[in-house]
Design a protein around this ligand. Structure first.
Ligand code: GLU
Length: 508
């Protein structure tokens, strides 16, 4: 495939939704696969929805997930600026071209007049109350007013918008790479505003102009933009750019975990899982929404999980590195049907990725989350992570499950104590603690053979006292491999913990 030029074009209206991250991933995979270019364009023409901090958030989130921008905001490039609010004059020029060619017109209607039109149509029983081919001739615009009046209004600074003049009766065709042929009749399309009264373009005009000027070859975006696509086709035609029109691919929706309806922030909050890649504090309400990162997910696991929400490789393989995804990805294998957002699957991916990471990489998560005052060498942290990595789901689980390596137990599992803290256990543990105090280094192997020697001498089965030993050392009924745990704790600490249990726990 020829190198593509794709863009991720979020609006800085808040935190980047996880669906947006998936859109960015698909764009990125196609760009990498073809040695193409991944562009980040910030679509900030709607000043009323601008949220401070959102752009920085988007940049940070993409970086965390591992998406590298080749051209765009934060990087620069030959088509700069990439922030639409800084490209006003460019849009203005194309709006003028549309006006001059009779494909757009000035509209002077006030909010009240628009409201009155809608009410009139509603009262007359019309199902469609839009500003369109059927209504435009009843309104206050450059198609209905004498030219002198239009000039007078423009010169006197009367507020106006520029609207697209959608053809009356025509079928618009477009080919979507995921959905196939899409046909929409122009009676379904209203005369969309292209330039607003504040002098800013709307999404539609800015998006089409920029995709053309930035030589975008593929527009990969969420399904919610499919209804806008026919309008964009019209704009390409009116601007004389039909031959350069990008290919469209509208991605399937992300559905609630039960598959019923579109996934929303409320669903995620209710079920207690994140929907944003990173923590986000709403600047108005101060409300904190937890991110996947802060909830203990690894970026590569999240990327792998998201890539599978709508796409599949057609094989049984599920674990894909970024390189593997890049090689295997194809837009043809993206489905039309909505993709169920199964958070358990995300957790499964996270477990697989944690298991496959080097102990050295995982040690950083443990060291960063140690309880205050705890000290730990990198070597010890690596050993603990190696021991725990088959047992964790989230990065913070290391610190939680490793707690007993840093603090001796202050409480003991009552169930185990009541069943297992018997004469045999006390005899074995007393002798074992004694044997340990004469050892200098302790390996898992030595811990095991020493214990077996003690139990053999006393004629007590090792299996019968293991739970008592575990509870003496960790306080808990279950946990990671006991012999390796003792190796990490070291002989003096193990002996001290056994002695403390022997002096505190009542015998059964
Ligand atoms: N600014 C739009 C958004 O926020 C971009 C849609 C598109 O990719 O065309 O999703």
């Amino acid at each position: 495939m020829k190198p593509v030029r794709v863009r991720f074009a979020p609006s800085p209206t808040g935190a980047l939704h996880i669906g947006g991250v998936r859109t960015a991933i698909y764009n990125y995979l196609l760009a990498k696969q073809t040695n193409g270019t991944m562009i980040l364009r910030i679509e900030d023409t709607d000043q009323t929805r601008f949220v401070p901090g959102a752009e920085e958030y988007i940049l940070k989130a993409l970086e965390w997930v591992g998406i590298k921008i080749d051209e765009g905001v934060g990087v620069g490039g030959p088509h700069a600026p990439y922030r639409q609010s800084e490209r006003k004059s460019i849009y203005h020029q194309y709006a003028q071209q549309l006006l001059a060619d009779g494909n757009a017109y000035y509209a002077f209607d006030t909010e009240d007049e628009l409201e009155a039109m809608r009410n009139r149509l509603k009262a007359a029983g019309s199902s469609n109350q839009q500003y369109s081919a059927t209504t435009r001739m009843m309104m206050d615009n450059s198609l209905t007013l004498p030219e002198s009046e239009v000039q007078r209004k423009l010169e006197s600074g009367h507020p106006y918008v520029i609207r697209l003049k959608v053809p009356d009766s025509e079928e618009i065709h477009l080919h979507d790479l995921i959905r196939g042929e899409v046909n929409v009749h122009t009676s379904q399309i209203d005369d969309k505003v292209l330039m607003k009264s504040d002098g800013m373009p709307t999404y539609h005009l800015a998006n089409v102009v920029d995709d053309y000027l930035m030589q975008i070859t593929h527009v990969i975006r969420g399904e919610e933009w499919l209804p806008s696509a026919p309008l964009h086709v019209l704009l390409y035609r009116f601007l004389g750019w039909e031959k350069q029109m990008p290919q469209f691919a509208h991605l399937p929706l992300l559905l609630k975990p039960d598959g019923n309806g579109k996934l929303s922030k409320r669903d995620a909050d209710k079920a207690g899982f994140p929907l944003f890649p990173l923590n986000w504090i709403d600047p108005t309400s101060g409300e904190l929404s937890k991110g996947f990162r802060e909830s203990g997910y690894l970026p590569d696991a999240l990327l792998n999980f998201l890539a599978f929400l709508g796409w599949n490789p057609g094989t049984e393989q599920e674990i894909f590195s970024l390189q593997e995804l890049t090689a295997a990805f194809s837009v043809d294998r993206i489905g039309k049907a909505g993709a169920r957002f199964d958070i358990h699957k995300a957790q499964w991916f996270n477990q697989q990725y944690l298991k496959n990471k080097s102990n050295e990489a995982l040690a950083a998560y443990l060291l960063a989350a140690l309880p205050p005052g705890a000290t730990c060498t990198p070597n010890k942290a690596e050993k603990i992570c190696g021991l725990l990595k088959d047992r964790v789901t989230f990065t913070h689980d290391f610190a939680l499950q490793a707690q007993f390596f840093f603090e001796a137990p202050t409480a003991y599992d009552q169930h185990v104590v009541s069943k297992r803290w018997n004469d045999d256990a006390i005899k074995v543990l007393t002798a074992y603690s004694h044997a340990l105090s004469s050892l200098t280094g302790l390996t898992a192997e030595v811990a095991k053979t020493t214990l077996e020697n003690v139990t053999a001498t006393l004629g007590i089965g090792t299996g019968k006292i293991l739970q008592a030993l575990r509870v003496a050392i960790s306080g808990a009924a279950s946990g990671p491999d006991l012999m390796v745990s003792m190796e990490i704790l070291g002989a003096p600490e193990v002996a001290a913990r056994i002695n403390r249990a022997l002096s505190t726990l009542p015998k059964v």
